[in-house]
Design a protein around this ligand. Sequence first.
Ligand code: SAM
Length: 267
Amino acid sequence: MLVYHLPGTFETREAHLDLLWEAGATGLEERAGLIRAYFDGREELPGEVADGEWRVETEQDWQAQFKATLKPVRAGRVTIVPPWLRHEVEDGQTALIIEPGMAFGTGHHATTRMAVEALSDLELGGKRVLDVGTGSGVLAIAAALLGADHATGLDIDPLTIPIAIENAEINGMLPGRVAFAEGSLGLGDELEDTFDVLIANLYAELHDLLAGEYAAALRPGGPLILTGILTGKLGLVRHALDREGFGSVSVREDGEWVMVTATAPAA
Ligand code: SAM
């Protein structure tokens, strides 16, 4: 089969998927930040998606190659692994098992890794955590494994919810500890409660839009962890946090990606 490999980012994926589809792809697949587009023959592709690579593969090649590239990812006290590498988690580390699939969040992206590290730095015992844009459920499950009393994961993409639930089950999380639902903040659905910690791996423009909702969903002084932010867009997020009265803003960078932490405004 003829497959076009295109590495991408969360921000570009939708546009790239549309362009590949329009260029005649017969199928599209995404795993761990890589788009794989199936074609019947080589096509002239538009410039935005032209820096990928054409490959002729068998189904077995792809599965084997994909599995071989995945390595355990260490993020603070947590090591994220696919099920077949669980034996590689070192003593003393908390194993977080994620079945790599269609939902974003295998731990191989810098933003997920930084977010799990930030959770790992908090004392989560007895806390209630909200994860907005949960994808594979990785951050909500990490929070529960690190001792949170309860973690809720929301995602606007309904396809992610069964994937997140399956990942929670693989990690032995009972439904009472983690819950996933289709939804978001700011869509008119009232959240029943406020949360002690809020984490969101989305993108800068969305953090700007949702900053007021983050303040409303958090208890006063509660930690906020935001990532998915490209370095060039950090100003937008800083400005939104100032506007909404967040304090103790601090920034961490990994390559082109930024994570921002802050504390919710006092009541
Ligand atoms: N939390 C996972 C992680 O850190 O690896 C996945 C993050 S992925 C970059 C962003 C997720 O947010 C996607 O699953 C996407 O469907 C979801 N999403 C996008 N816009 C959203 C919104 N307005 N509200 C809730 N989820 C959203």
